[in-house]
Structure formats: C-alpha cells, structure tokens
Write a protein that binds this ligand. Structure first.
Ligand code: SF4
Length: 267
C-alpha cells in the first residue's frame, strides 16, 4: 500500500517515469475489485480547469494498445469485478484495446464491470453495455458537483444537467472537493446528500495541487476531515459502502486507488 503523500507528481513527471496502472481495492465495507488505468487517444473534452491528468494520452493507437494489453495481463478476475479508468472516457480507447477488454472479461470471468465516460458520450452507453453481454456494466460520470454554477466555473462541459439527468445514464459519480471555492463544506454537504439519495456509489476526490492554476484549500480540507460529514461518511454503514474518499495529499483519507496513477518508483 502506498503512502498517499508520496504519490503526487506533475503530469509530466508521471509521463516520464511511468505510472502504476494496476491495483486492488479491497477495503472493508467497500466493493472489492481490480482497478486499472489504461491509456487512450486523448480526452475529447480536455478543458476542465482543474485537470492535468488528461496529459496521459497518446495519439498512436498501436502504442496505446501495446501498453493497455500489458496492463490487462495483470487482471486475475479474483473478485469478478473490474473497474477501468483512463484519463478521459472509455469511448476514447482504441479498438484493439476494447477487443482485449472483451476477451479479458470472458477469460477472467468478470461479471461486474465499471467504466467511465464524459456526458458527451452518454448516448453511446447502451452500445458500450452491449459489448459486454455477460457482465453487469455500470458507468461513472465525473459530475464533480451538482452546483451548476460551480460546474460551469470548472468548465466541465456538462451544461445544466441536474442530478436526475445524470442518473438516467450513470450509476456512479465522482465529486471534487478541497479547492478554493465560495461555498466550501456546505456545497459538499449538499452534493453528498444528493449523491447518497440518487447514486449507487460515489467517490469524493480531494483536490491536490497540480499543473493547473487551481489551488488546494488546506483550511477547507482540514475542516472536512474534522466535520460531522466526514464522520458520517466513514462510520454510517450505508455511507461506508457507497462512498470512497480519495486524497493523495493527506493520510486521513480512508481510501486510495492502491497507488494507481502514481509513479512506479513510489509503490
Ligand atoms: S473530462 Fe476528465 S479527463 Fe477530460 S479534461 Fe475533464 S476531468 Fe480531465
């Protein structure tokens, strides 16, 4: 298990040294699963103000396939559940990689597959599900917040979608917190209330400084870790199963992606 604090690097450093791309998530009360980070052709949106991980891309589909094939070779099927992320959307993976994922799902007996896309691909989701007829396929959307004004500031490119709009297509969502913003903890409390009610599962990603101008707000982050909200999320049985809290900059975060996304030398 990595120490979270050690795995924060710039996108350039991660690219130069090489990222860890396979991990296992098996916290108590969590959904036990294998977790892989594949490389795509590039995020089709690439304009979110806080994001630098979209730099993990290559326009050479063959190179991506070779890398992704080696990552997929790690999958054992031990939990029959696999989560696949890429620095972008599932739809931006090359054709050969998608075929290799189909083979892995069959060969390793995966019956629960978790994928991620931007809303610009939401109409494709039934077709993606159809690629994996033997698995229950669920999708994550990076809504980040249900505060529409803040989401525009983050330039998510998801328009005026409400929580109900998201849940027509997606079962899981990611929320982003811990950066300098006006409404702080009350905004997150509202987002969590909605996520608890409407989504099967959700992740709170605590923002860590990166190559973008967005800044972490250490006071606000500290307020969160000392809050009743954090206590609720980490002790209430329903919340514990539904919510994972990720923070590469603070060991108080109860979950991690097993170092996936960090450079190999830190693992
Ligand atoms: S859609 Fe995702 S990968 Fe693309 S810029 Fe936004 S946060 Fe980054």
């Amino acid at each position: 298990m990595n120490t979270h604090i050690d795995i924060v690097q710039s996108a350039q450093e991660r690219k130069e040294i090489g990222m860890k791309r396979y991990g296992i998530l098996n916290y108590p009360d969590s959904l036990h699963r294998e977790f892989i980070l594949l490389r795509g052709l590039g995020c089709g949106w690439e304009r979110c103000t806080f994001c630098d991980y979209c730099a993990d891309k290559d326009t050479d589909a063959q190179k991506n396939y070779q890398l992704n094939k080696s990552v997929l070779a790690n999958v054992t099927g031990q939990f029959r559940c696999l989560q696949i992320v890429s620095s972008g959307s599932f739809s931006e993976l090359d054709f050969q990689t998608i075929t290799a994922i189909q083979s892995t799902v069959i060969e390793k007996n995966i019956n629960y597959l978790i994928l991620e896309t931007h809303t610009m691909y939401e109409r494709q989701l039934p077709n993606i599900r159809a690629l994996f007829p033997t698995a229950n396929v669920e999708f994550i959307v990076g809504a980040e917040t249900f505060d529409i004004e803040l989401r525009y500031k983050l330039n998510k490119g998801q328009g005026n979608r409400t929580v109900e709009d998201y849940t027509k297509h997606y079962e899981w969502t990611n929320l982003l917190f811990g950066f300098e913003e006006e409404n702080g903890l009350s905004r997150l409390e509202h987002d969590v209330t909605l996520a608890m009610k409407h989504f099967k599962r959700f992740t709170i990603c605590m923002f860590c400084d990166n190559d973008t101008p967005i800044k972490r707000d250490p006071k606000l982050v500290d307020e969160f870790y000392k809050s009743e909200l954090f206590s609720f999320l980490t002790t209430d049985p329903t919340a514990r199963f539904k919510c994972e809290i990720l923070d590469d900059c603070d060991i108080r975060a109860p979950h991690s992606t097993d170092g996936v996304g960090g450079v190999l030398m830190d693992i």
